[in-house]
Design a binder for this molecule. Structure first.
Ligand code: MOS
Length: 766
């Protein structure tokens, strides 16, 4: 059941009061009128000191008595049938305690099993089922694993495993794989059914257009490269399994492992105290999650398996590449009449390569058609990667829009404003304004207006991401007799500051400081369910549950305090850690908690449904200024102004940090990153951080994050996601700035010096 309440929605300078439908039992909704003490401030990460002191325990840091170390044997072939595996010599090596191979039927399925449609089977296989005719589908795919007393012995043992392969024809190149004569990368072929989407009629839209541009844009396969690689530590105690895992979802990891061993989920505990990033590649247990548990059971000892960087970059996920043909039609005044996008790309042996999100979500255009084709290749499977599909799609769309602007002599920002997609309580126009002001957009000149060796240019891009948070998520807040406050939620902290946000909400409700809250997270044993931390859903899902739990605890605390203060509970307030009566008398939290008949106050709450029709998307605008060195072809990004909304900002400091992180990752994608495959051998040529370039301090521009609170509460906190939006438009903004500097359009990412020099050659020819 829901009740109708009033809330003030909107943003600075533009608000209105509207009725909102709120599920029964929800606390008073925080809206634009709410004045909060803790939420919205800049609070340094509560675990910051522990991290810099090296006290924070990551999965990599876990060390247990008697623990063994595991290493994986990986296929050197991009496509092959495994004829036989002989582990006898390896097993005889002193120190080797357990070996598992694909043949022992314990192995996970991503290793080449497909269903009837040719789609890889990602379900766990039940123990005892035999793999027949097993093939490996990419170079780097898991074939066997060894646990030994030291890492070196495990490494040596891999060389003693004799595997006979029968190589099969392979294809790793997207363009080669779409040819009719290409060898099938998978039994189901290389071209699954395309995804087609149409609104209105693009044919009609192009008939109405005064100007039409079309072009083909390409983006590379990019690798997640979270600082901490994938891995886990497994320990069995009888039939109970505990795993410390580098995962974005402890509950999903637990469920997958429990299913694999066919044991109840409550026999498995998964802990992720600290996580060194995931970016989408750490959902589920996967091979590297299940293998240490198999080895630990066989060896009768705990087993640790952490991947090295090369393995990480071969077999744990990637952002698919794309080839995007886009055609856009507009009226003379810039009003869009049609957008037609045709794309294809590869996510290797599994995973979608769709890129149409930005085309379908950002601008108002009545006629849109998108056709997206996944291409299967003998390369590591893709995984979601920070706003899957969006940086790719944004690059093509925003570039094509600027091309329209150049043709019509329209300022890119004017063109965006012209095609603004109206929505309630949407702060994008303000974000454009603030970011444009910050970058000094009035200084922008027509294409190739600057002269000399160093050419300057400016460009912009728009960010969009859906609001995907919601139930289920549970939380418990406890107040101990000594006044200590605990907040428990099973969720994991990807490194974004989840702990601190949990403490801030609890502190806000209980009238204390965030540092006074002990946060317990990253543990299925909390019994407090949380979704995986992906899709920018973490805070949006868990904070409303935490707030409701804290409100419950507060109510109980005030009931306990009321007699001592000679007042009714509803007349009490909590300020600065003291419960205060109207008359001015007060007692501490500990004094109130000590009066309890129970050992502690404990209140649990579950995340309510999202309020209907509220929330909207997460928007943002990024403006870039670049300088291109025409002698070397090197692009230097000078400044990026990034305005974003996360609904209500919870922690200004970590939210700004989140925006900067997105910009850094987007810049790296724009200028440097690309996985290189060798078509002949089928190998990744740069699965390391020497040859796979990632932006470092030298590449960093001035980054100015601008948070625009946009109140349109779909939950009791009014928070929306911020993990993904900041990476969406960065590459597009930089590419547009480079195009503006050069006077010729950038069509390929990354924008490397050789490509810039080639573009300059085009300018000279023209
Ligand atoms: Mo993300 S790609 O939802 O971690």
């Amino acid at each position: 059941m829901t009740e109708l309440r009033k809330a003030r929605i909107g943003y600075q300078g533009k608000t209105e009061v509207v009725p909102i439908k709120v599920p029964d039992g929800e606390p008073a909704v925080w809206d634009a009128d709410s004045s909060l003490n803790v939420v919205g401030r800049s609070v340094p990460r509560l675990d910051g000191a522990a991290k810099v002191r090296g006290e924070a325990r990551y999965t990599y840091d876990i060390s247990l008595p008697g623990m063994l170390y595991a290493r994986m044997l990986r296929s050197p072939h991009p496509h092959a049938r495994i004829v036989s595996v002989d582990t006898r010599r390896a097993a005889a090596l002193p120190g080797v305690k357990a070996i598992v191979t694909f043949e022992s039927a314990d192995f996970f399925s991503r290793l080449g099993e497909t269903d009837e449609s040719g789609k890889p089977v990602e379900e766990a296989r039940k123990p005892g089922e035999q793999a027949k005719n097993r093939t490996v589908l990419f170079a780097g795919e898991e074939v066997a694993a060894v646990a030994a007393t030291t890492l070196d012995i495990a490494e040596d043992a891999l060389e003693l495993i004799d595997v006979r392969y029968e190589p099969l024809p392979h294809v790793v190149d997207t363009e080669l794989a779409i040819r009719p004569d290409a060898p099938p990368a998978l039994p189901g072929g290389n071209l699954p059914a395309p995804a087609v989407h149409e609104e209105g009629s693009v044919d009609e839209g192009f008939r109405q257009a005064d100007v039409v541009v079309e072009g083909t844009y390409t983006t590379p396969v990019a690798l997640h490269n979270a600082l901490e690689t994938h891995g886990a530590v497994a320990r069995w105690e009888g039939a109970r399994l505990t795993m410390w895992a580098s995962t974005q979802g402890v509950f999903g990891f637990r469920d997958e492992v429990a299913k694999f061993f066919n044991i109840p989920v409550d026999s498995v505990r998964v802990v992720s105290d600290y996580l060194g990033g995931g970016f989408g590649a750490k959902f589920g247990a996967g091979v590297m999650g299940v293998v240490p548990a198999i080895l630990a059971r066989k060896a009768g000892a705990p087993v640790k398996l952490m991947l090295d960087r090369q393995e990480e970059n071969l077999a744990t996920g990637n952002r698919p590449d794309s080839v995007q043909w886009i055609k856009i039609g507009a009226k003379k005044d810039g009003t869009l009449t049609a957008i037609h996008l045709k794309s294809h790309g590869t996510g290797g042996i599994a995973g979608g390569a769709g890129v149409s999100g930005p085309v379908r979500m950002i601008y108002a255009c009545p006629n849109i058609r998108t056709e997206e084709q996944d291409v299967m290749t003998n390369a590591g499977f893709s995984m979601p990667f920070r706003a899957p599909g969006f940086p790719q799609g944004s690059f093509a769309l925003e570039s094509a829009l600027d091309e329209i602007g150049d043709r019509l002599g329209l300022d890119p920002l004017e063109l965006r404003r012209k095609n603004y997609r109206e929505a309630p309580a949407k702060g994008l126009l303000l974000q454009y304004e603030l970011a444009a002001k910050e970058i000094g957009w009035e200084r922008r000149r027509p294409p190739r207006a600057s002269a000399g060796i160093h050419l300057r240019g400016m460009g912009l891009g728009t960010a969009v991401w859906g609001m995907y948070g919601g139930p289920p998520a549970d939380a418990t807040v406890r107040i101990h007799p000594d006044g200590r406050v605990e907040c428990l939620c099973g969720t994991q902290d990807n490194g974004t500051g989840t702990r601190t946000a949990m403490a801030m909400i609890t502190a806000e409700v209980l009238g204390i400081r965030p540092e006074q809250v002990s946060v317990v997270l990253g543990d299925t044993a909390t019994g407090q369910f949380s979704p995986a931390s992906g899709g920018s859903v973490t805070l949006t899902s868990i904070l409303p549950a935490i707030r409701a739990a804290a409100e419950g605890a507060r109510g109980k605390l005030l009931q306990a305090a009321a007699p001592a203060l000679g007042a009714k509970a509803e007349d009490l307030d909590i300020r600065d850690g003291r419960i205060v009566a109207r008359a001015g008398r007060s007692i501490t939290l500990a004094q109130a908690a000590a009066r309890l008949k129970s050992a502690l106050i404990s209140a649990q709450a579950s995340r309510a449904e999202n309020y209907p029709d509220r929330g909207g998307e997460c928007w943002g605008a990024q403006f870039a200024e670049v300088e291109v060195d025409t002698a070397t072809g090197r692009v230097r990004v000078i400044k990026i102004a990034a305005a974003h909304d996360a609904g209500r900002t919870i922690n200004k400091l970590t939210a700004e940090s989140q925006v900067c992180g997105g910009v850094i990752m987007g810049l790296s994608y724009a200028l440097l990153e690309q996985r290189i495959m060798d078509a002949n051998t089928g190998h990744v040529m740069n699965p390391n951080l020497e040859d796979y370039k990632i932006a470092g301090m030298m590449e960093m521009p001035e980054i100015v994050p601008i948070l625009v609170d946009v109140h349109d509460p779909a939950n009791n906190v009014g928070v929306k996601g911020l993990g993904e939006p900041p990476v969406v438009p960065t590459a597009a903004a930089i590419a547009n700035a480079v195009s503006n500097a050069l006077g010729v359009r950038v069509r390929d990412l990354p924008i490397t010096p050789d490509r810039v020099l080639a573009l300059l050659g085009k300018v000279r020819e023209a």
